[in-house]
Design a protein around this ligand. Structure first.
Ligand SMILES: *Cc1c(COP(=O)(O)O)cnc(C)c1O
Length: 231
């Protein structure tokens, strides 16, 4: 079942990339394993998962202790509280969800104390939905400018979560907006900043996201089935 799902999602990723003349190899699948146990995740790894996405520090700790890091990356995709920042360095290879300059500065400080640097994406609220985390798109250039010189964080790109809609086409304008914001920020050519990554697209709309430039798609349900909490 899970292996079949991976095959199907992979086919859809290739199809979406090819429709718009992109190299499918430029799109990475983040298999979102939140709420799933290590047996299920191990099945995902056997099916070819290379990048795993978790949204809670505490849940991730146990899973990563069990499964390790060999041959895979763990990405953090949830809301990160400042008092949890100290845990991320031993766990994650990329934080998708840095939603404020203050959070990035907290990561920078802890990273510096450890003599390391954490790759991050800036989460932008392109829909303006009040319930969503993420910075205002208008603030992004200023935030990037402020963070560019910090040695403990390395900005790799942008991430967004649009309002959920069963119709994937409803997501397209938000993904276009994130790509355009990325392009305009990239033109400002901040030193030490690369904006190559666009983390956008979930189970219901990752093909649209790829058509609009996603390099990281965060897919859970389409790979592992419904999560325990939604069953
Ligand atoms: C849960 C989650 C996903 C995956 O959602 P699915 O609809 O199951 O694919 C993607 N991104 C974030 C930030 C999530 O929390």
């Amino acid at each position: 079942m899970i292996a079949k799902n991976f095959e199907q999602v992979h086919r859809h990723i290739v199809g979406a990339a090819e429709r718009v003349g992109r190299d499918p190899g430029d799109v990475r699948l983040v298999a979102v394993t939140k709420e799933h146990d290590t047996d299920t995740i191990a099945e995902g790894l056997r099916a070819g998962a290379k990048v795993l996405g978790e949204n809670k520090i505490q849940d991730a700790q146990g899973k990563i202790e069990t499964l390790g890091h060999d041959g895979m990356e763990w990405h953090f995709i949830g809301h990160l509280q400042k008092n949890k920042v100290k845990f991320i360095f031993d766990l994650f290879d990329l934080i998708h969800s840095v939603d404020s300059a203050a959070l990035a500065e907290a990561i920078h400080e802890k990273a510096q104390a450890r003599g390391t640097c954490m790759p991050i994406l800036l989460q932008v609220n392109v829909s303006g939905e009040a319930s969503k985390f993420g910075m205002d798109p208008d603030d992004a250039p200023e935030v990037i400018h402020r963070l560019a010189s910090l040695e403990g964080v390395k900005i790799k790109g942008l991430m967004t979560i649009p309002p959920f809609d069963a119709d994937p086409e409803k997501s397209r304008p938000y993904y276009v907006r994130l790509r355009e914001l990325r392009d305009s920020c990239a033109k400002l050519a901040f030193p030490n900043v690369s904006l190559d990554e666009l983390s956008m697209g979930m189970s219901n709309d990752y093909e649209v996201a790829i058509e609009e430039g996603a390099t990281l798609v965060r897919v859970g349900t389409a790979l592992f089935g419904p999560r325990p909490s939604t069953k």
